[in-house]
Write a protein that binds this ligand. Structure first.
Ligand code: SF4
Length: 579
């Protein structure tokens, strides 16, 4: 077989066993890898509580990983989120995915719960579960350093050990499996880290076709202003968006009370380069290298992080924002949810935290002490506990990222229809509403957005299953990635068949969620967006959203998806009809 290895490592931490199993070829062809494959493998488990010992934690690579397909050295981690209660996946880059494939694996499927802290060590054909009592309680950096010599590492910090509902799994090279708290699922299993070494080579079915497809992708990358333009992400990383969002008056500020922060230039892409000596970094083998690191090699914050530790908490000190980012990485906390939870807490008590207090509260969150015992549960539970539920700016308990939906109406729809909660990575209408790619749409209109969001969700589910980086699609399309996939695997895929796979994945996720009680009542935006205007700066007016028009478009979305008017499924046997 080309592209895939066809092998899954089944790890049972309760019995302490590791066993290689075959993955049916039909499943690989129908779900590809990464998110899709992980979601399919959850079919017998999605009803379990996220902290049930039998709940799987799935690491899955894709068929392009191990080749030099641009941006494809990635994996997805899939489980059920303790923060949202939804099915959850997150994609992360780094050498780990490449080495996992090199060890002859498409999937590591971890189930059970160890009696004592352990590390799962994979080295080529061998896998063993090692005692890790001395690592428990240690930060991410120290853990990764202690496991040096075992290849690539993915590990949790104190936040994951202590069950923080938005704890990350951190990749040793600085990337993270973020947002939905899969670090807490890993910590619940007493699994401190996974290490992997592997030197195997991924076979390519048609090398000539692959080289031509790769050349096409690279040509489109070079032609994309968003990727390689003067102000693009290769130059400044995602903080390139800071100035753009400020100009469009859609940068969430002080818990989304306004959409403009007068000091945001302090942490723009150019400011970070000047102040921190930012240099290019990136995921293994990626030609874009959008990540940035300080002169000392410390990962620098992304756009979402600078906005949320900045404007969202009323902080303008770049160095304080960088420090909060570093602290989150070390403790294994998700930066978006941590900062947004602090912001909701700040508004509820009438005072946003200053930089010194931010550092203390982040540490308290990770160790669940003092205010941290409440804050570690995320903004929805914090706001409810403080008697102000409307102050949690989240959808399905997942804190919203740094695009105010009052400034881009497609984003309003994308936040509520995302299967993992308020997220910008399921559909990214900012692409056409703000970046005007592939075609511009009116950002202050709902017209046509239901169909656009549906298509984008299907495309992104396919991209997350290849697994490729979404930033690649600021230049390339499924046309070129379909060519790459066909060349690697020897199985014909094109944009339409990939979109059909994405749709299958999306519907499976939504079906799982509905079976667990989710419906239209959860496809809800925070009330503030309907009742308060945005912007506190001069220029563009940002009125509240029109609730009736939003609901109308949501109903249209359900119809296009084949869902009932309450957003659920009429056909209870959907999964039985899918491969
Ligand atoms: S574009 Fe950035 S995030 Fe995406 S794979 Fe490349 S370095 Fe990683």
């Amino acid at each position: 077989m080309y592209g895939w290895t066809g092998k899954l490592l089944h790890v049972d931490l309760t019995s302490g066993t590791c066993e290689r199993r075959e993955i049916p070829t039909e499943i690989l062809h129908a779900y590809l890898g990464g998110r899709g494959l992980g979601v399919r493998l959850m079919r017998d488990y999605f009803r379990l509580d996220p902290f049930d010992p039998q709940m799987p934690l799935i690491f899955a690579v894709g068929p392009l990983c191990g080749t030099n397909s641009p941006t494809a050295a990635r994996l997805a981690c899939v489980s059920r989120s303790p923060l949202t209660g939804t099915i959850y996946d997150c994609s992360a880059g780094g050498r780990f995915a490449w080495r996992l494939k090199g060890a002859g694996l498409d999937v590591v499927f971890v189930t059970g719960k160890s009696a004592t802290p352990v590390v799962l060590a994979i080295d080529g054909d061998r896998a063993e579960i090692l005692a890790a009592g001395e690592l428990w309680g240690k930060g991410v950096k120290e853990t990764v350093a202690a496991l040096k010599g075992r290849g690539s590492v993915t590990a949790i910090g104190p936040a994951g050990e202590n069950g923080v509902l938005f704890a990350n799994i951190m990749m040793g090279e600085g990337n993270s499996i973020g947002r939905g708290g899969l670090g807490a699922v890993m910590g619940g299993k007493l699994l401190k880290a996974v290490t992997v070494q592997g030197e195997g080579v991924t076979g390519v079915a048609d090398r000539e076709r692959f080289d031509a497809a790769r050349a096409d992708v690279m040509r489109l990358f070079r032609a994309s202003p968003v990727i390689f333009g003067e102000l693009g992400i290769a130059e400044y990383g995602t903080p390139a968006l800071v100035d753009l969002m400020a100009q469009r008056r859609m940068a969430p500020t002080e818990n989304f009370k306004s959409t403009f922060f007068a000091q945001s230039a302090n942490y723009s892409g150019p400011a970070i380069r000047k102040e921190c000596g930012a240099k290019k970094e990136g995921c293994y083998g990626c030609p874009i290298q959008c990540k940035k690191a300080s002169a000392k090699g410390e990962p620098l914050p992304e756009y979402e992080t600078v906005n949320h530790f900045g404007a969202l908490n009323g902080i303008s000190d770049l160095h304080a924002i960088v420090r909060a980012n570093t602290l989150c990485n070390e403790l294994g906390l998700d930066t978006i949810s941590a900062a947004a939870t602090l912001s909701a807490f700040g508004e509820a008590r009438g005072r946003f935290p200053d930089p010194v207090e931010v550092d203390r509260l982040l540490t308290d969150m990770a160790f669940r002490r003092g205010d941290g015992e409440l804050l570690c549960q995320g903004s929805r539970r914090v706001a409810e506990a403080l008697g102000k539920p409307g102050l949690s700016m989240s959808v399905k308990s997942l804190e919203l990222p740094a695009y105010d939906p009052r400034g881009a109406y497609g984003m309003a729809l994308a936040y509520v229809t995302s299967n993992r909660g308020g997220c910008h990575l399921r559909a990214y209408p900012i692409s056409h509403e703000i970046l005007r790619k592939p075609v511009p749409t009116d950002r202050f209109s709902f017209s046509g957005k239901a169909r656009i969001i549906k298509i984008a969700e299907d495309v992104n589910a396919a991209v997350d299953s290849l697994v490729a980086c979404k930033f690649a699609f600021f230049g390339a399309t499924l046309e070129e990635y379909g060519e790459l996939l066909s060349a690697v695997t020897g199985v014909e895929y094109g944009p339409e068949s990939l979109k059909a796979i994405g749709e299958r994945i999306y519907l499976t996720e939504r079906f799982y969620n509905c079976a667990n009680g989710f419906s239209m009542k959860d496809d809800l935006l925070p009330e503030r967006f309907y009742s308060e205007p945005g912007s506190a700066g001069e220029g563009i007016e940002i009125p509240p959203l029109d609730r009736a028009r939003f609901q109308e478009e949501l109903q249209k979305y359900y119809r296009i998806r084949g869902l009932s008017p309450d957003g659920t499924f009429d056909d209870a046997s959907l999964l039985e009809k899918l491969p």
